[in-house]
Design a protein around this ligand. Structure first.
Ligand SMILES: [Zn+2]
Ligand SMILES: [Zn+2]
Length: 499
């Protein structure tokens, strides 16, 4: 959906500060023991409820309140199959697993009785330690982002390792560093690795279709210079900007602007305008104040027994991460007055715009006309195939409060629509939805066949409402495009002739 089921990029204040200072190459404090919290590289495991970090203790409280004991759920199902009228019991999670530190069951007895927990326990422990490390004193050298790519040093987009190596990142010495760096970079790199001429998405590995070759060739003619020409900033002269419309944006709109700025180093001759559009985009306080709107805290919908938890997950709107200087450079947007928004001209080659609104026909009209050579739509884990949390008996792809009517609008532009998903189940549901929904099914061509995204986050994200629901941001990748009119006309013509 445009507003729900999205995972926030958990950047702590400490991490944000580090990212801002990331150009200073000191390893100061790398192995220093944090006397105040007791957290250090040899001591990263704490039961969540007794974590030295208040936000993790608060998280434990939230989980205890809204997550349900899996053994109780099974018992409730058995009872309700015998007595249909009996409401399912809901006990708060009073027991914290000593191995992973997460509140997992209502009691020690139910924890002992659960043969399934072993499947999740080691992953939960990994997340527990990652969360403490993130807030701990270790110098996060994996967040050091390199500057301009030396001329004639080609970047490989085969996978994270090849990318980091060829792009001049510091060596990723541990799996934890890989997880952190992949989570930070997954949004710009998912887009960059598709748009780039050296993409791992090819016809050879059957990820790119013949229609896809045409669409990506068109986009690449705008982000690259002709083959053989120098890929330098000079190549951007007289080039139209490439517009990337990120719909249903949330965590990605809260990334520090210079993380999106990495795109410019991958395409030195391109000009990027990135639009984050969705009811939960991150906005600096200034832009909401200028609209005389009070900041509203969005509520996380409580799960109910009829719908599975993953269909309702909705973390709060992320807060804007920008330096104070960047806030002074905010310009009010000329389109769609009345909508909380901002435009940040980050560099002459990159501007970031955010609009806190659902994607509607008027917004579509204001941003149009669209051109498949310069414009691309991106839907990070849209959850199209999940039940709408607001309209009964509707999937999000057709619900007016979520994605209803949006996909046909995007298909009409014939621009590439890039989508991601959290897991195999997630991508399967989304694909099923687009292949069966009226107005969408039969109206598109595959550009990228659904499959693994080499530039997905490698970190597990744990849902508060069900600690067994663990996913990875941008795990899968697919892309479609509206069928061209010529093709449709040809088909009709052939049909008339009886073929
Ligand atoms: Zn229980
Ligand atoms: Zn456990």
């Amino acid at each position: 959906m445009q507003s729900g089921r999205r995972y926030n990029v958990a950047l702590t204040t400490k991490t944000r500060c580090f990212i801002r200072r990331s150009n200073c190459r000191t390893f100061f404090g790398r192995f220093k023991k944090d006397k105040t919290t007791g957290v250090n590289e040899d001591n990263l495991f704490f039961p969540l409820s007794s974590s030295p970090f208040p936000e993790l203790r608060a998280r434990a409280q939230t989980i205890k309140r809204i997550c349900r004991c899996p053994v109780c759920i099974t018992e409730a199902k058995e009872i309700s199959s015998k007595k249909a009228d009996e409401p399912p019991r809901h006990k708060p999670l009073g027991f914290e697993c000593p191995s992973c530190g997460y509140p997992t069951h209502c009691s020690r007895e139910h924890w002992e009785a659960d043969s399934e927990h072993g499947k999740y326990c080691s992953k939960l422990k990994e997340v527990n330690e990652d969360e403490h490390d993130l807030r701990g004193p270790r110098e996060k050298s994996e967040y050091y982002l390199p500057g301009a790519q030396p001329y004639e040093e080609a970047i490989s987009f085969s996978n994270w390792d090849m990318f980091w190596y060829t792009r001049g990142f510091r060596s990723m010495d541990t799996e934890r560093m890989r997880r952190n760096a992949s989570k930070l970079l997954t949004y710009p790199l998912t887009i960059g690795s598709v748009l780039h001429r050296h993409s791992y998405i090819t016809t050879r590995n059957q990820r790119l279709t013949s229609e896809g070759v045409r669409s990506l060739t068109a986009l690449r003619s705008t982000v690259h210079v002709p083959i053989g020409g120098p890929e330098t900033r000079g190549g951007s002269i007289n080039k139209p900007p490439t517009r990337i419309f990120v719909l249903g944006a949330r965590g990605e709109s809260a990334l520090p602007p210079h993380v999106w700025g990495q795109l410019c180093y991958l395409f030195p001759a391109a000009i990027f305008q990135i639009y984050f559009i969705g009811p939960q985009v991150a906005l600096p306080k200034e832009s909401t104040r200028s609209m005389k709107l009070e900041e509203e805290e969005e509520e996380v919908p409580a799960p109910n027994s009829e719908t599975t938890a993953t269909e309702l997950y909705g973390p709060p709107t992320p807060s804007y991460i920008g330096t104070s200087t960047s806030k002074y450079r905010l310009k009010s947007l000329t389109v769609s007055s009345g909508i909380p928004s901002y435009t940040l001209p980050h560099t002459p080659l990159l501007s970031l715009t955010a609009l806190r609104t659902l994607y509607t026909q008027p917004i579509h009209d204001e941003l149009g006309p669209f051109d498949p050579y310069t414009d691309v739509f991106v839907l990070f884990a849209p959850g199209l195939g999940y039940k709408s949390p607001t309209v009964p008996n509707k999937l999000q792809i057709t619900s007016p409060n979520e994605w209803g009517g949006v996909i046909p609008l995007l298909l009409s532009t014939r621009c590439v629509i890039l989508g991601t998903a959290y897991s195999p189940v997630d991508v399967e549901r989304d694909i099923q939805a687009i292949e069966t929904t009226d107005g969408v099914a039969g109206e598109f061509d595959w550009i990228i066949t659904p499959g693994k995204n080499e530039f997905g986050s490698e970190r597990w994200e744990v849902a508060d409402f069900d600690v067994r629901a663990m996913v990875k941001i941008n795990w899968a990748l697919w892309a479609i495009r509206g069928k061209t009119r010529e093709v449709q006309e040809k088909k009709t013509f052939l049909q008339i002739l009886g073929y």
